[in-house]
Design a protein around this ligand. Structure first.
Ligand code: NAD
Length: 420
């Protein structure tokens, strides 16, 4: 049977396919594009970690700084058995474009460690995080490179990074990392910021397409930090969440899932299995079930040439980084699916990370309502800008987002001058 599962697509190549096209449409100077296209720094570390049974293991980690042209490099830390240098490169460049698109003063970075957190104890993860941070001590810092959470990393891991960095420089530096616990300099609203940003752009898309929220059925792939927060916020706002999945299983209910009940069930049982309010569904199959909005909030390359023609959704709102392959883009365009590209849709996370960094550096913390108000403003402006650009230049939303972002970074580089 033909599989609906992810195609093996190299994330870096997928990123390059779109950004090359955007640079070409911008008629960017070839030399300038050569500089902007490649990551400016790539670090590979092989770190020893003592396991709980006393043995030593060596783990491989990366940190890629794609650009520091518009400010300190900014980007997530991912813990995954499948992490590759190319994936880190792709994530780092997406961060550069994303920060430029929402016009915040950061460049782009990404990194992480090849490991399987499900098979490691909390103590082992702490030792791994601290040694990884120590290895990168010279390249991290509030003015240099500011990590944040990504797949399989959370506020506890950010707290260990902050503490390790602070121990090395011998004073507390909260602004070295974002996504921290509130008590350690975190920002109100950061935890749900990516999900809130997704909801805001979905609201805007509904307005654009004259669709009614109460009748809008949503399927969300991935129930981690981003997916579960998007589900909870959108459910509260009146969207009907008809499907949700984890890597281990999915749920579907055409009349809508009670997300509050699912959340509570999941907290207790740590599984979707046995949840009474929906039927079980295969996670890959859920991508092509009936819905109006599909939100892939898991990993890369989920919507591919193998399943794109079977998508039922009218709106594709990309919560994950790189969930759609370049080939699938063309199929979706033919089907007139309204795509909200990742660098726009999931930029709420880095936007509130920027607010966290600002608050840490000011030593003055905002009310949650202020954080959400500023976030709403940034997301709505970026959405309007991308749509306007797409319409006036006759390009897709994705290429419009890339063109706007690349043009902004290129402008900065030209103004600074090239030290070649
Ligand atoms: P997470 O580790 O908290 O959650 C990932 C979820 O995806 C888990 O529920 C996992 O079970 C699920 N999953 C993995 N493979 C799956 C599959 N094949 N089918 C169904 N579910 C699957 O990670 P996260 O922080 O929520 O990040 C999710 C995505 O959003 C990533 O692509 C990340 O780069 C992107 N992102 C995250 C943030 C952030 O603030 N955390 C910001 C911007 C973008």
């Amino acid at each position: 049977m033909e599989t609906l599962y992810a195609e093996e697509v190299n994330a870096w190549e997928a990123q390059v396919a779109r950004s090359d096209l955007a640079a070409k449409k911008l008629t960017l100077d070839e030399g300038l594009w050569k500089i902007l296209r490649e990551p400016s720094r790539e670090i590979i570390v092989h770190i020893p970690v003592q396991l709980d049974d006393g043995t030593l293991e060596i783990f491989t980690g990366f940190r890629v700084q794609h650009s520091i042209d518009r400010g300190p490099a900014k980007g997530g830390i991912r813990y995954s058995p499948n992490l590759t240098l190319d994936e880190a490169r792709a994530l780092a460049s997406w961060m550069t474009w994303k920060c430029a698109l929402v016009n915040i003063p950061f460049g782009g970075a990404a990194g992480g460690v090849i490991c399987d957190p499900d098979k490691m104890s909390k103590r082992e993860l702490e030792r791994l995080t601290r040694r990884y941070t120590a290895e990168l001590i010279e390249v991290l810092g509030p003015e240099k490179d500011v990590p944040g959470p990504d797949i399989n990393t959370d506020e506890q891991i950010m707290a260990w990074i902050m503490d390790t960095y602070s121990m090395h420089v011998r004073h507390t530096v909260t602004a070295v990392v974002t996504g921290k616990p509130l008590e350690l300099g975190g920002s109100k609203g950061r935890n749900e910021a990516t999900g809130r940003g997704l909801m805001i752009v979905c609201d805007e898309a509904l307005k654009k397409l004259s669709m009614n929220r109460d009748q809008t059925r949503v399927i969300i792939q991935g129930f981690g930090n981003v997916g579960s927060n998007a589900a909870r916020l959108m459910h509260r706002r009146g969207y009907k969440i008809v499907g949700a999945s984890k890597s281990t299983g999915g749920l579907y209910n055409k009349d809508g899932i009670d997300i509050g009940a699912l959340w509570e069930y999941y907290q207790r049982k740590n599984t979707f299995k046995g949840f009474p309010g929906a039927e079980e569904a295969d996670p890959a199959d859920l991508l092509v079930r009936d819905c109006d909005i599909l939100i892939p909030a898991a990993v890369e390359n989920q919507i591919t040439s193998r399943n794109a023609d079977r998508l039922k959704a009218q709106i594709l709102c990309e919560a994950a980084n790189g969930p759609t392959t370049a080939e699938a883009d063309e199929i979706l365009a033919d089907k007139r699916v309204f795509a909200i590209p990742d660098i726009l849709a999931n930029s709420g996370g880095v936007t509130v990370s920027y607010f966290e960094w600002v608050q840490d550096r000011q030593g003055y913390f905002w009310l949650e309502s202020e954080v959400n108000r500023h976030l709403e403003h940034v997301m709505r402006s970026a959405f309007a800008e991308v749509l306007q650009y797409a319409e006036s230049h006759g390009v897709s939303n994705r290429i419009a987002a890339y063109m706007l972002a690349i043009d902004r970074v290129a402008y900065t580089l030209r103004q600074r001058g090239i030290y070649a």
